[in-house]
Design a protein around this ligand. Structure first.
Ligand SMILES: Cc1cc2nc3c(=O)[nH]c(=O)nc-3n(C[C@H](O)[C@H](O)[C@H](O)COP(=O)(O)OP(=O)(O)OC[C@H]3O[C@@H](n4cnc5c(N)ncnc54)[C@H](O)[C@@H]3O)c2cc1C
Length: 512
């Protein structure tokens, strides 16, 4: 499938980047018999799904839980359709996979829309009717989305009865939707608690993404890949190699070659030009259009959209390997969402104004409790703990572009402070953790920027505001013939939407 021509390498499809979107796009094209080259800028494949090890502990930065992995789930079907039935998942406790902890109130999000509705209605009896309307809307949203993904026009027409949801809330914030339906501020915060999964408070997030994330986990439960993100990433990489694709690491692409108005290949940073019938970019849409394609090639409307697109927040992450037996603590396989207040605007305020995050808003989980039978996670009796908190780029921007491990003493001191602060936060749920740390790593937005190349160290792609969601986000098909996009800029962030965008891009790129 690789055609040598005039000295330059030539492939049917070149994929820029090997995040889950890029890997899915590449495998989709390879399964259709195309010659595929994946060029990854990083030293390792996988983008945010690239795992890492410290001594005997394995960490999974970009996967804490996934929806749609059970029998019949959309991700299970996508994997099976690509011949990846080797990927297996373990379900997190269906009775409570997310513990939402607010001052004076705690509730666990469980599998099953009806069950969660009942659980919340018991706690918020005065909002029982509003909750009924909210969950009816959520059910309608799912019915519409599954109709819209149907193959035939007839199936897609099934979305029609639910059109009012999109007419009313398609351009609304999630906060506006919640204000319409429920009254209690604490209940609103509970229904928006998973906003950390896309990095926005309800006052700024699209209503569609608020509903979408709840739906993603409530309907079929939350799952973790057996073997962690390594097992998922490696299944794609192995299948790609078996299908004859070429994957090259440490190969940053500096340009998408546009000739005669169509994508003709790529130029690597080392000067190699590679020709291709189709190019699929898994890099962020702004990076792709502004830096790799170049704004002179873009239609005016797209140029304006690129100029006004803001990246989502980054994160400070703490990765801990401990010899504490977490099975003896209150930690389970559930994620803990810890909030200092039910006023989510207040909770997000420090990050929104560019300050270091407060130690009172974080997401805590133990991957080793989610994946107890995988030997790669931690030695017997030991565990891993990961804490994530959303963070802006500003406090870290002076180290942008500096080499990993060479950012200097100030950076090391800041990381040590953050490590201390967040270990203290984690001790609320894992008492004694500080005295039992075997390994500790702190990642900041500059870590994401240097390892995954995201703008301002963002972890979720372009912000999920109403003007950047659904048809207003970036399409898998670009206005440049032969150029396609996948990853968090397309359907939204999260492993499953990114993989789904890769499937779409891979099909479009091989349609001709
Ligand atoms: C801390 C954290 C926790 C998360 N938790 C979850 C979770 O529990 N569940 C969930 O579903 N999602 C989670 N996510 C989000 C999820 O991991 C991401 O949305 C998803 O993995 C992004 O995939 P992507 O396809 O956009 O590619 P990315 O992972 O963004 O990878 C893009 C790749 O392209 C490469 N690249 C960029 N530019 C170039 C270039 N010029 N040349 C060559 N290569 C290039 C990069 O090096 C990178 O490898 C989490 C993310 C983070 C950071």
């Amino acid at each position: 499938m690789v055609r040598m021509n005039t000295g330059a390498r030539r492939y049917d499809v070149v994929v820029i980047g090997s995040g889950i979107g890029g890997l899915t796009a590449a495998l989709t094209a390879a399964r259709r018999g195309r010659g595929v080259l994946v060029l990854e800028a990083g030293k390792q494949l996988g983008g945010f799904t690239n795992p890492f090890e410290r001594r005997h502990y394995g960490f999974d930065p970009g996967i804490h839980y996934l929806g749609e992995c059970g029998p019949g789930g959309a991700f299970r079907r996508l994997l099976d359709g690509l011949g990846l039935d080797r990927v297996r998942f373990r379900e997190l406790s269906p009775d409570g996979f997310d513990r939402l902890v607010f001052p004076g109130y705690e509730v666990a999000t469980c599998r099953g829309v009806d069950r969660y509705e009942d659980r919340l209605a018991k706690d918020f009896p005065r909002d029982r009717d509003g909750l009924g309307r909210f969950f009816a809307l959520l059910r309608g949203f799912r019915a519409a989305m599954s109709a819209l993904s149907g193959k035939s026009a007839r199936e897609r027409l099934g979305a029609l009865p639910h059109l009012p949801i999109f007419l009313r809330y398609g351009r609304a914030t999630y906060g506006e939707l919640l204000d319409d339906l429920v009254a209690d501020p604490l209940l609103k915060a509970v229904l928006a608690a998973q906003g950390g999964d896309y990095g926005l408070p309800p006052s700024r997030a699209s209503a569609m993404v608020g509903l979408g994330v709840l739906d993603h986990y409530l309907v079929g439960g939350a799952w973790f890949p057996v073997g962690g993100s390594r097992a998922l990433r490696d299944a794609f990489v192995d299948a790609l190699r078996e299908a004859g694709a070429t994957l090259e690491r440490s190969r940053p692409v500096s340009r998408v070659l546009v000739r005669g108005g169509r994508a003709a290949g790529v130029l690597c940073a080392d000067g190699e030009e590679i020709q291709a019938d189709a190019v699929i970019s898994n890099a962020d849409a702004v990076t792709t259009y502004r830096d790799l394609v170049g704004t002179p090639h873009l239609p005016t409307r797209l140029r304006r959209k690129v100029a006004r697109t803001a990246p989502s927040l980054g994160a400070v992450c703490l990765f801990v390997g401990t010899d504490l037996d977490l099975t003896q603590t209150t930690m389970t396989d559930a994620n803990v969402w810890h909030f200092s207040s039910a006023n989510l605007d207040e909770v997000y305020a420090p990050a929104d104004r560019g300050a270091l995050p407060s130690a009172d808003f974080f997401f805590l989980s133990s991957p080793s409790l989610k994946d107890p039978d995988s030997p790669g996670k931690a030695p017997p009796g030991h565990h891993t703990v990961e804490l994530v908190t959303l963070a802006p780029f500003e406090p870290f921007s002076r180290w942008a572009g500096a080499k990993t491990m060479r950012r200097g003493e100030d950076y090391d001191r800041l990381k040590a402070d953050l490590g201390d602060r967040w270990l203290a936060a984690a001790e609320r749920y894992v008492p004694g953790l500080r005295g039992h740390v075997q390994v500790l790593e702190v990642a900041t937005p500059v870590t994401a920027q240097s390892f995954v190349g995201t703008p301002r160290g963002s972890i979720y792609g372009p912000e999920h505001t109403p003007d950047l969601i659904g048809p207003f986000r970036y399409g898998a098909k670009s206005p440049i013939d032969g150029l396609f996009l996948c990853g968090s800029s397309v359907l939204g962030c999260g492993v499953v939407p990114c993989a789904a965008s890769g499937r779409i891009a891979g099909k479009l790129a091989t349609a001709r």
